[in-house]
Design a protein around this ligand. Sequence first.
Ligand SMILES: [Zn+2]
Length: 416
Amino acid sequence: MKVCIHRGTQEVGGTCIEIESGGKRIVLDVGLPLDAESSKRHLPKVKGFRKPDDSLLAVVLSHPHQDHYGLSRYLPPEIQMIVGAAAERILKASALFTPTGAVFKHVLHLAHGKRLDIGPFAITPYLNDHSAYDAYSLLIESGRHRLFYSGDFRGHGRKSASFERFLKYPPSDVDVLLMEGTTIGRSGSAAPFQTEQELEQDFVEHIRKTKGMALVWTSGQNIDRLVTIYKAAKRSGRQLIMDMYTAEILRETGNPNLPQGTWDGVRVFLPDSQKQQVKKNGQYELTKSYSSVRIYPEDLAYEASRSVMLFRPSMSRDVERAGCLNGARLIYSLWRGYLKQEKQRPFLEWLAKHDIPLVHCHTSGHASPQDLQRYAKAIGPKMLVPIHSFETKRFKEYFDNVEMKQDGQWWEVTSG
Ligand SMILES: [Zn+2]
């Protein structure tokens, strides 16, 4: 078995790993690099990515985050895709509202513990605790070689129990572990990471301090966080207003235990940009399915003090026109680094203009260095190859048997 990490040995995002055995190949993830515009020219140089090639058997997507699937829409439609069933539905639903979704022609599904045999490869998925829904790590076996790809994961989310179970019963005899290390070298990462449950309490306190509308900017695809916000709103005696895109993502998880747009205490809002999308795609059935829970712009001001509203900068004009910003507060629930980007400046100015204070309320979607150490130790690979980190050079300070690789370099998996 031979491996080439096309992208990811020096960076978070844009992950793409090609694996070859007996002349057949599979690819794990086709991510969009973090700061890149979506464009076909970023597609890694893999045989079969530009025109079909029989030796490329499948492309596996570990989870529905852009830095892992973002370039998949540029692949020839004939390619066999492998992705979680809920992840596939989420990508399809996103495609209705944003240009960043994805719809595939030939799909096989990843499911926890269910082995897939693809040519000379056996692929066994393990469900991950991560900020993306339906996220997996993957055991890839071919002949006597065993490679384990961690995907993206954490141990402090709402599926922390499955993380602990994994540490108890990890895959054995792993020759190579490709492990993410997003949080390696990040300042402040020595302290234990806040759990989603702890974060819920912070949300409650911020909401209680808010006189008017509590606006929450988070990712509509961070399902753990949506649960946290729903619970915090409920505990604060407020309804949760979600946009139709987010309501659709939650519906497409197919998980009836997750908050839904149609639940008591939830209302669904259609921002102007989404209204245009619905019109363009003729998706009137969709809006109809939320008609009993819709909240309209003219109601927002009246409902402000008893609402928590999911929000993103593209909705600024909607809430401004609705006149619902008196006493509002913005709870920012994403990575702090995004706010420092130049392109966010107009939004920060908009907040200042409306006297809206911003508070940060977030915990990482990625494992803390301590949990990464527990994970690497539990698996005990013969070789640990760093991936999905800006500080891959520092892995040696934290883990045993580390071997750095370069983007585009082919190397052999040996059973040592
Ligand atoms: Zn990632």
